[in-house]
Design a protein around this ligand. Sequence first.
Ligand SMILES: O=P(O)(O)OC[C@H]1O[C@H](OP(=O)(O)OP(=O)(O)O)[C@H](O)[C@@H]1O
Ligand SMILES: O=c1cc[nH]c(=O)[nH]1
Ligand SMILES: [Mg+2]
Length: 216
Amino acid sequence: MMVHKDFPSLHIVDHPLVQHKLTWLRRQDTPTVSFRALLKEIALLMGYEITRNVPLTEVEIETPLQKMRAPVLAGRKPAIVPILRAGIGMVDGLIELMPSARIGHIGLYRDPETKQPCEYYVNLPEPGGRLFILCDPMLATGNSAAHAVKVLIDNGVEEQNIRFLALVAAPEGVKVLTDAYPGIAIYTAALDEKLNEKAYIVPGLGDAGDRIFGTR
Ligand SMILES: O=P(O)(O)OC[C@H]1O[C@H](OP(=O)(O)OP(=O)(O)O)[C@H](O)[C@@H]1O
Ligand SMILES: O=c1cc[nH]c(=O)[nH]1
Ligand SMILES: [Mg+2]
């Protein structure tokens, strides 16, 4: 994993397994079944990286031989919050890593004309100091991500407890999100070239929601 030189809060997960799987996701001939499976696998691998520095505490246990103090995760159970729809494709991989995580939902769609996010659903676990992993495979203009972060903060989540997990990001979107929320760590498998005239990421992988759910 490396920190991007122009964006200090942007972490690129350059693990070879992630990069290999991402290439298959990008291919237009990858079918829905494979797309779902690969996205789940990548989310799990990236989840491993983004939880690398979560705090530990110690508890006293007994092994079959003796007592010892041993590390366990500190604090409350983390929350995974997909931005609907496409973020749902990353939940199962993260849940496999953190089976007792709470799950919130933020429903947004991007208005095709204005490119502004329209909110249609919010349901979140109680914040109370826990880590919130906000996930959405595509960080394009960054408007959806910035809106979702605002929803979390308006609901009492502390900014330092939010991590944003993407798959493919555009520089334009990273700038929007980091200008608005410099303290939020962003993780992506790739920083692509740019947005096209329809605000799709290029080269990107197309419409993530449609590719996960088989809609068009
Ligand atoms: O950075 P932005 O320019 O805001 O674009 C990114 C958003 O667009 C896509 O969602 P979409 O609106 O297609 O909804 P969907 O997930 O329901 O398909 C994607 O899943 C992000 O949520
Ligand atoms: O490239 C993009 C941009 C927004 N949403 C997507 O699904 N793909
Ligand atoms: Mg979509």
